[in-house]
Write a protein that binds this ligand. Structure first.
Ligand SMILES: [Zn+2]
Length: 85
């Protein structure tokens, strides 16, 4: 599932964000791509990138946790005014 995700990698020369398949980084130590904007060849070290992948995974998991929590109905709490002394 995660392998089909794409990431945006900023071109070091022009700052254009290029979409890359995450799968490419999983399979090789380094990945080359050509910036679609300025045609500069960019080398991405996978080791360096894996830290970002790990961070993305954690963020994704956190998001999924939040989504799961929000999907459940909240426990209904009686309004304060209902309490009598
Ligand atoms: Zn560029």
């Amino acid at each position: 599932m995660f392998e089909d995700e794409t990431v945006d990698i900023e071109c070091p020369k022009c700052g254009h964000r290029n979409s890359m398949l995450v799968r490419g980084f999983e399979e090789s130590a380094e990945t080359h791509f050509v910036c679609v904007n300025c045609k500069t060849g960019v080398k991405v070290e996978a080791n360096e990138f894996r830290h970002r992948l790990d961070q993305m995974r954690e963020e994704l998991e956190a998001l999924e946790r939040d989504a799961a929590r929000e999907a459940k109905p909240k426990p209904k709490r009686p309004p304060k005014d209902d309490f009598q002394i």
